[in-house]
Design a protein around this ligand. Structure first.
Ligand SMILES: [Zn+2]
Ligand SMILES: [Zn+2]
Length: 135
């Protein structure tokens, strides 16, 4: 048995074993518990300000923001709270970017991913090989 997958939990520092996760099972369970608390509270009282949610659920403001940025939660349209687009600072209700920046971002990404006429021939050859392999 190899122990190369043993690591320190990013939250509590405990040593645990998992090939992918950065946090231990206890912290993961606690995180999920907090998330459900916030989710249920917002379902019951949509539009509640985040600092009020923090007060009632005991889940830290920063953690609630993290859930919102991960798009696990969405602020209701009625909410006075909002997140800021990481690019232009426009108010948004969930995630990292506003829809405009998100569109621009995916467009740029597509341009990078699709080979332009000037792209490296080596890259093209590589892509060709992978395509053939798949067949
Ligand atoms: Zn932990
Ligand atoms: Zn934006």
């Amino acid at each position: 048995m190899s122990d190369s997958n043993t690591k320190n939990c990013k939250i509590c520092g405990k040593i645990f074993y998992h090939p992918h996760n950065d946090i231990c099972f206890e912290c993961m369970a606690r995180d999920e518990e907090d998330f459900q608390k916030v989710r249920l509270f917002l379902k019951e009282f949509p539009g509640t300000k985040i600092n009020v949610v923090e007060e009632y659920t005991g889940v830290p403001y920063k953690k609630i923001l993290k859930y919102l940025k991960e798009e696990r939660l969405e602020l209701s349209e009625a909410s006075e709270d909002f997140l800021k687009c990481s690019k232009c600072g426009k108010p948004i209700k969930t995630g990292m970017y506003c829809s405009e920046c998100y569109l621009k971002f995916t467009k740029e990404l597509n341009q990078i991913l699709s080979p332009s006429p000037a792209s490296d021939t080596k890259e093209k050859a590589k892509m060709h090989i992978t395509i053939n392999k798949k067949k």
